[in-house]
Ligand binder design. Structure first.
Ligand SMILES: NC(=O)c1ccc[n+]([C@@H]2O[C@H](COP(=O)([O-])OP(=O)(O)OC[C@H]3O[C@@H](n4cnc5c(N)ncnc54)[C@H](O)[C@@H]3O)[C@@H](O)[C@H]2O)c1
Length: 332
């Protein structure tokens, strides 16, 4: 594979992670960030070929680059992806696609029109314990699944200890923060595991004392056509942090969790769990995404997580917002 030059847009937490990973895979990287301090900080750890304040200035000579990774706050995802696609460059887009369904659908159209390539970064899809959980769930090991609980909660002040959470984009409605949008990883996993549901009822609220203007508590009751019920909870105020999915079938329960990093199964009435622990560090999934993106640029593979997947998540986000506002359940 020829060495690639990747333009990383947004030199914050995930942008720097991607830059380091691309460099470790033999690529050259350049960065875009309107904050000079962020570019300076990145350049201390990472050899940056060029630094730019805007994506427009970077793309003035787009032939320099082989691909663009969009790692800016969610509000900029669509316009920046469109700029890269119009320049003929493949895009790695961090999740979620956009703050609204309409914007996500606009990007879907642009992508089709341009016949471009876009890999969407719902990164848990590349996480070995989750992949094992999905495989075992689908193998029928615990029989017909009746109920699934999705839980994702982490106190926002712990996400970026180097900055005040009030200044992090997650606190801002305009920039596309909030639990529903940003923890939409679990909506993506819901659809990846079980497909689109029949209907849902949601509450999307701000209930904690966090000083933010976005939602910090989401509860969604999801119904599937086959009678399976899902309860999905997301929050931004939880300590200790918890991320897990537990499925209950006629023949027992199977659970995947991040804290601790494992998959476990129980088939009896007692708490006798058969556990499998996993050694991977969190960066594993980001490295796997970077490898897939480089292979897409090379033309040796197609995106495994697509704009269509991201639009499905945004359909669920939009219906959840509507349900919460109207206090009633809606068909999907
Ligand atoms: N896949 C994952 O697990 C994962 C993990 C973390 C973040 N993310 C996603 O990545 C995105 C960024 O999150 P983060 O935690 O790195 O945020 P961050 O605030 O740490 O970084 C965002 C950076 O973008 C810069 N920025 C602001 N406006 C910009 C613009 N117009 N153009 C270019 N850069 C701009 C900011 O100055 C900041 O440095 C979000 O969409 C988030 O949901 C995904």
């Amino acid at each position: 594979m020829k060495a690639k030059h990747i333009l990383v847009v947004g030199a914050g937490s995930v942008g720097k992670r991607h830059m380091k990973n691309f460099v470790s895979l033999g690529s050259t990287v350049s960065a875009v960030d309107p904050r000079y301090d962020r570019l300076e900080e990145a350049s201390k750890d990472i050899p940056l070929k060029h630094s730019f304040e805007t994506i427009e200035s970077a793309l003035e000579d787009s032939r320099e680059f082989d691909g663009v990774a969009i790692c800016s706050p969610t509000a900029f995802h669509v316009s920046q992806s469109e700029a890269a696609l119009k320049a003929g460059l493949p895009v790695l887009l961090e999740k979620p696609v956009a703050p609204t369904l309409v914007e996500a659908q606009r990007l879907q159209e642009t992508l089709k029109r341009n016949k471009g390539k876009l890999l969407l970064g719902y990164t848990y899809r590349w996480w070995p314990p989750f992949v094992e959980f999905r495989k075992r769930l689908q193998s029928g090991e615990i029989g017909t699944i009746r109920y699934v609980e999705f839980m994702m909660g982490a106190h926002l002040a712990d996400w970026h200890p180097w900055e005040r959470y009030q200044e992090f984009f997650m606190s801002s409605k305009e920039l596309g923060g909030g639990a529903l949008l940003d923890e939409s990883h679990f909506l993506d996993l819901l659809v990846w595991l079980f497909g689109m549901p029949k209907s849902l009822f949601a509450r999307v609220e701000k209930i904690s004392n966090l000083e933010i203007e976005t939602d910090d508590n989401v509860d969604i009751l999801v119904d599937y056509a086959n009678g399976m019920r899902v309860s999905l909870h997301l929050d931004l105020y939880r300590r200790p942090h918890e991320r897990y999915i537990r499925a209950v079938g006629d023949g027992g329960s199977i659970e995947w969790s991040v804290e601790p990093n494992r998959v476990r199964v129980a088939i009896d009435a007692e708490q006798k769990w058969d556990e499998k622990a996993f050694p991977q560090e969190r960066n594993y999934m980001f490295l796997a995404v970077a490898k897939e993106f480089l292979a897409i640029i090379d033309g040796s593979t197609e995106p495994s997580c697509t704009i269509d997947d991201g639009v499905k998540v945004m359909q669920l986000v939009e219906i959840s917002r509507k349900s919460s506002k109207k206090r009633k359940s809606f068909n999907v």
